[in-house]
Design a protein around this ligand. Structure first.
Ligand SMILES: C[S@@+](CC[C@H](N)C(=O)[O-])C[C@H]1O[C@@H](n2cnc3c(N)ncnc32)[C@H](O)[C@@H]1O
Length: 354
């Protein structure tokens, strides 16, 4: 009887720890954003060797009364693998920090820098949407973003140039990494194409990298007028403003990178049927998006997929899809066949044929 109640107490305490841990998970992301705001990854990088805490503190533009708190900020970020303690020592001020692979990606000048990701994902406009999550369940708004900001994401971006620039920068950094990887590892996807339209192509980062590797390929970046309006065309890249729900420029191939996960099935069917009209019978649509559940054994990847699915629901009324859901969508839009090539990261390439 006694041991039974001890078990129950242990279970309760474990449940309490589990709940506390999950309620407090935002502390990881806010601490990371704080470190990026304070420029900590770049300061450690520029030091060129393991950086003692005392030197790090001396390099930061912070109020003298706050220097004693930096060790604790660094401790949580070391725990979450963004920094590494070079020589573990009892004396806090002698602790020396180096970057990990994850914090190297937050450096300003890293070619695939993700420095805008925390700035965008933790922007008050986005965070306020999360505060409206439960209210949204009780009203008719399409997304918590609507409830928080009085309009949908794309209208908001069109009216707020600074927010729009931050979003486009965050997307462009993702595209730099994905495009280099796709061009290197999945060259065959683009071989033999003559004209590629990148629908919802943002500021054109993806096609810039593709067209460097395929100089014979003509590319069109098609996006909303406020996104492409001021961009200068080059010999191989044209920018066209428009609405993909109205019509899409004709091409032998169309790319949709991180577009369909922004929309519900009904809107995706409209986009896909406009794509089908825009390509010839020998053309194809190249979807670069997530296929959920492909690598269930990878817990961190699965968690990230689920996080993204929630972000799509809260922000855009969109969703991430598993292979069955993709197949159903593509066949409902009238396409006859598709192939999926997973990449090593979160995204897959789905080549879709009429
Ligand atoms: C998630 S972003 C993806 C950007 C880019 N493909 C990438 O992966 O970096 C979605 C893009 O769709 C564009 N978009 C939204 N609604 C659109 C519409 N009705 N017609 C054309 N583009 C649209 C947005 O402006 C934005 O650039």
């Amino acid at each position: 009887m006694e041991s039974h109640s001890e078990d129950s107490a242990a279970k309760l305490l474990r449940a309490q720890t589990h709940t506390g841990n999950h309620v407090l998970k935002f502390i990881y992301s806010m601490s990371l954003k704080c470190a990026v705001d304070l420029n900590i990854p770049d300061i450690i990088h520029e030091y060129g060797k393991p950086m003692p805490l005392s030197k790090l503190i001396a390099s930061l533009k912070i109020h003298p009364s706050k220097t004693c708190f930096i060790y604790r900020l660094m401790r949580i970020l070391t725990h979450s693998d963004f920094f590494y303690e070079h020589d573990v020592t009892e004396n806090e001020l002698e602790v020396r920090y180096v970057l990990t692979d994850a914090s190297k990606l937050l450096l300003k000048d890293h070619p695939f820098s993700l420095k805008y990701l925390p700035q965008f994902a933790l922007h008050p406009v986005i965070i306020n949407s999360w505060f409206q999550f439960s209210t949204w369940f009780t009203n008719e708004d399409p997304t918590p973003f609507h409830t928080a900001n009085g309009m949908g994401f794309w209208d908001f971006a069109a009216h707020e140039p600074k927010f729009n620039d931050l979003f486009n920068e965050a997307m462009a950094t993702d595209s730099r990494l994905v495009s280099s990887m796709v061009v290197e590892k999945c060259k065959s996807v683009f071989e033999g194409l003559e004209l590629l339209v990148d629908v919802g192509g943002g500021t054109g980062t993806m096609v810039e990298v593709i067209s460097e590797s395929f100089p014979q390929l003509k590319c069109v970046v098609f996006d909303l007028p406020h996104v492409v309006g001021d961009l200068q065309e080059t010999e191989n890249i044209k920018y066209v403003g428009g609405d993909m729900f109205e019509a899409i420029p004709h091409a032998d191939s169309i790319m949709l990178k991180l577009i369909l996960h922004d929309w519900n099935n009904e809107k995706c069917l409209k986009i896909l049927s406009n794509c089908k009209e825009a390509i010839s019978s020998k053309g194809k649509v190249i979807i670069i998006d997530m296929v959920m559940g492909n690598k269930k054994e990878d817990r961190e990847l699965t968690e990230t997929e689920i996080f993204f699915d929630m972000v799509m629901m809260i922000t855009f009324n969109g969703r991430e899809r598993n292979e069955k859901e993709w197949a159903s969508l593509l066949f409902s839009a009238g396409f006859s066949n598709y192939t999926i090539t997973p990449t090593q990261g979160l995204l897959s390439i789905i080549e879709v044929y009429p």
